[in-house]
Design a protein around this ligand. Structure first.
Ligand SMILES: [Zn+2]
Length: 241
């Protein structure tokens, strides 16, 4: 299942699918709008309704192009047609953090001469982190980027996706920004590019907001040294109670 329905239909939160393979506690499906995780982003969670009831989808285990949807009942062995529902609030929290992390990444990239991302983690609880290869930058300078991220959130900048041939992406400076967070190419060899108009344009396979203005305020909670070269920025979105 290398078809990312969550990319082509980002507002699809509920749909039917056929079970095409099953083992106790997990199913392979004919289609799925769940994001399988990757690039530091956690996968979608949600529910799966089958003929005998409703189970939680607690995670996705990737085996090549196969996405095993993991079920809350480890003994369940399903077949037939099922109905998937994605936890929209979870998806939205991840998309906020992920979109904000692009903005932070762009500010760091511009301020520090093309500094690369060496790692990222975007969680479902509104917390995340990014690691940058920045041996000579002090932590207060990084922390001081927080107001600039919030300025861009307040400007309600449009976020769009397009696809470019992978070979072209590799020769376009800045488009592949990350050393360890490379997105998967499409089956026909193109890379998905996320474009935050005038702010950031880079290859990415994650889930994002359609507009930065949807994000809650962004807050940097900590900047740490991780090894001699890496700076780890921990951040949250201040979600409404
Ligand atoms: Zn992204």
């Amino acid at each position: 299942m290398s078809v990312y329905l969550c990319h082509s239909e980002p507002d699809l939160y509920e749909h039917d699918a056929e079970v095409i393979d099953a083992r106790p506690g997990a199913v392979l499906l004919s289609r799925s709008a769940f994001h399988p995780g990757g690039g530091g982003q956690v996968c979608d969670v949600g529910t799966l309704e089958h003929a005998g009831g409703v189970l939680a989808v607690t995670g996705i285990e990737r085996d090549g192009d196969d996405w095993w949807h993991l079920l809350s009942d480890p003994a369940a062995e399903l077949s037939g047609t099922v109905r998937l529902r994605i936890d929209e609030a979870h998806r939205q929290r991840v998309a906020q953090l992920h979109t904000d992390s692009h903005v932070l990444n762009a500010l760091v990239f511009n301020a520090f001469a093309g500094a690369l991302v060496t790692g990222a983690q975007i969680n479902g609880d509104g917390t995340g982190r990014m690691d940058f290869d920045l041996p000579d930058v002090d932590n207060d300078t990084l922390r001081a980027l927080e107001p600039a991220v919030n300025d861009i959130i307040r400007q309600s900048v449009t976020v769009q996706q397009d696809y470019v041939p992978a070979a072209e992406a590799e020769t376009t400076p800045g488009l592949i920004r990350s050393l360890s967070v490379a997105p998967p190419p499409t089956p026909d060899g193109r890379l998905r590019v996320i474009d935050i108009a005038g702010i950031d344009r880079q290859a990415c396979g994650g889930t994002h907001l359609a507009n930065t203005g949807i994000s809650s305020p962004f807050r940097i909670v900590k900047v740490e040294n991780k090894g001699r070269r890496n700076r780890r920025v921990r951040f949250v979105v201040d979600l409404p109670e």
